[in-house]
Design a protein around this ligand. Sequence first.
Ligand code: PHE
Length: 372
Amino acid sequence: MSSLKKAVLVLLLVSSLSVFAVVKIGALLPLTGGVSAFGDLVKKGIELAHEERGTVLGEKIEVVYMDTRSEKTEAANGIARLIDKEGVIAVIGEVISGNSIAAGEIAEKKKVPMVSPSSTNPLVTQGKKFVSRVCFIDPLQGTALAEFAVKTLKIKKATVLTDVEQDYSVGLSNYFIERFKKYGGQAQQLNYKSGDSEFSAQLSQALAFGAEAIVVTGYYNEIALVAQQARALGFKGHILAGDGADAPELIKIGGQAVEGLYFTAHYHPDAPITQVSKKFVEAFVKKYGVKPSTLSALGYDAYMLVVVAIDRAKQKKPELIATAIRSIKNFQGATGVITIDGNGNATKDVVIETVKNQQFAFAAKISASELK
Ligand code: PHE
C-alpha cells in the first residue's frame, strides 16, 4: 500500500472514530408496571432537553433508556446493565424513592453519578457521594402538607393511608403525622399495599374515626381508587395526597371523585419561576401539544444539570462528574433555581395543587424558608 493510501486510511479511521464517539447517559425509568405514567412523563422531559442540547465536550450525547418495570430489583439490575454493558458515565433516575434507593446502592459501589429527578425520601442520597437529586425531600413536603391541612383547611382529625411497600409513602406519612400532631391534630394511620384495589376496610375505619381528611401518601392509581371508594361510601371531607398524585392518570382514573383533591407538588406550569420555566413550557407545548407535568419538568432539569456537570468536569470521568454535580449552585431550571447541597439534595418551594374542573390547578405556594 502506498504511503498516501495509508495516510488516507488512517485519516478515514480517525474521522470515523470521532463521528462515533458519544457521551452515553443512562435514563433509568419505570416505563412499564405500577407507576409507568411517571416514567413516560419523565422521558418526555428528557427527550425535549436532549433535542435542545444534544452535545457535550464536542461529542454527541446518547441517552440509553432502561425500564425498571416499577420494581426495586429491576432498578438495581437495570443500573448495573447501564454501567457495565452500556458504559454510561452518568445516570438519570429512578423516579420513585424505593427504586432510587435500590439503584443508588449500585451507583455508589460502581462510582457512577446518579441524579434522580423526583425521588424525595431522605434515604435516597443519605450517606452517598454519587447520588443526588434536583427535587426537595419529604421532611419538607410532609411538613408543607400538614401546614396546609391545619392552617388553610382547618383539619383536626385525619386518617393517613400508607402504602407500606413504598419507602416514599412510609416516610411521607411519618413526616406529615409528626407536624400534624405538633399542631394538636389527631391522626389515625392505616396501611395498604401497592396494587391493592379494595379499600373498604380502611375506609370504614376512617369513617368510624370521624376523619375530616383522608391523606393518601402513595401513588396515583391507589389514590384515585381510594377517592372513588371514599366518595361512594359518602365521605364528605377533604382528600389529600403528596407528589405521588401528580400524573394526569390520577384524573383519568379518579374522575369526579378526585375533584377538589389537594396535593403537594414541585411545580405548576401556570406559575413559572425562572426564565427557563417559561421557555420550557413553550417548547413542551409545541412538541407535545399539552402543558408539561411536574415530572416532565423535573426530567428536563435532571438532564440539563447532568450535562452541565459533564461540561464542567471537562472529561468523561464519572468521579469528576459526581464532584461537579455536588458543586452546582443557582442552576436555572424549569422547576426553579437548583443548588445541590453537600448531601446531594436540593431545597425548593412546595406548590399546593388541586383538581378543578378535571384539571390540575395551582392552589398555593409554601416557600421552603417558611417551613423550618
Ligand atoms: N416523590 C415520589 C417518590 O419519591 C416520586 C414522584 C415525584 C412522583 C414527583 C410524582 C411526582 O417516590
